[in-house]
Design a protein around this ligand. Sequence first.
Ligand code: DDH
Length: 299
Amino acid sequence: PKTQKDAASPSRKGDFEAVRKDIASILDQPDYDDGSIGPVLVRLAWHASGTYCAETKTGGSNGAGMRYEAEGGDPANAGLEHARRFLEPIKEKHPWITYADLWTLAGVVAVKEMGGPDVKWKPGRTDFVDDSKCPPRGRLPDGALAADHLRHIFYRMGFNDQEIVALAGAHSLGRCHSDRSGFEGPWSVTPTKFSTQYYKMVSPEPPSLTKFKWEKKVWEGPVQFKNEDLGEELMMLPTDMALIEDPKFSPWVKKYAEDREAFYDDFAKVFAKLIELGVERNDSYDSAPTFSKEAGDAK
Ligand code: DDH
């Protein structure tokens, strides 16, 4: 009898370069947020992957469980239906790619197109055929909490303190939406550009940074921090502030604020690790070429 894993086949055939190009071509969306869907695609790849539990080997980007209410309806995933909807025409044009491959590839393409590093990406994820293997809710981080929560969530996936800080640099991108997470606003003045801005804003250390004082925003919403020194209201979550309050996290914040190359290198490594969590490939897939030609096609 076929196992569930056999039932949904990985995206083996097809031209991944063509998919990359098509993803790049839809990133600019003048009417959406700050004019790009890049940030929300990065968040989609991250939330697809960030449910991984190393101990039970469950969760992770394999399966594309967010297509089902069990995972897609997790309040932590609110708003990601927009990202998935934007990718639907790409899936229709390249039906051989699995959703799980498409969502992770979209994050990688978005990082690159917004000026970030090349992140290694490998196909071979399968899509669940039903929701029975969706991870339980509650595995993604809660922005209202602190350093111990970050460690609890990211150690479960198998990351260390340096990797936690490197991953957090993705918050140079995009914004919070009060109708999705409850929080509101962007972290940087360049939310569609991959950069070290997040560390420069959050870090209390020189060179640039002593001038940025964060204060609690007075509003009806959840606790978040604000700063208006750059002429626009920027924000930090309590979990962002935890990175500078914690003695083991804060040296990495300072390092990445000052050393763009180190951040780009480390981000590329850690994002590649993130999107591989829990992905198991069978041998025949591993030996297949990742790009347009299948071994058997080359005569
Ligand atoms: Fe994040 N993130 N994130 N984040 N994230 C939000 C938006 C974006 C947390 C909370 C929030 C990572 C880690 C954390 C991106 C990437 C990454 C929002 C706002 C909240 C809240 C959602 C909304 O209202 O639309 C918390 C907490 C953590 C943590 O504790 C570590 C990581 C690791 C990444 C990553 O990509 C590696 C991106 C991009 C966005 C912007 C999305 C958008 O629509 O714009």
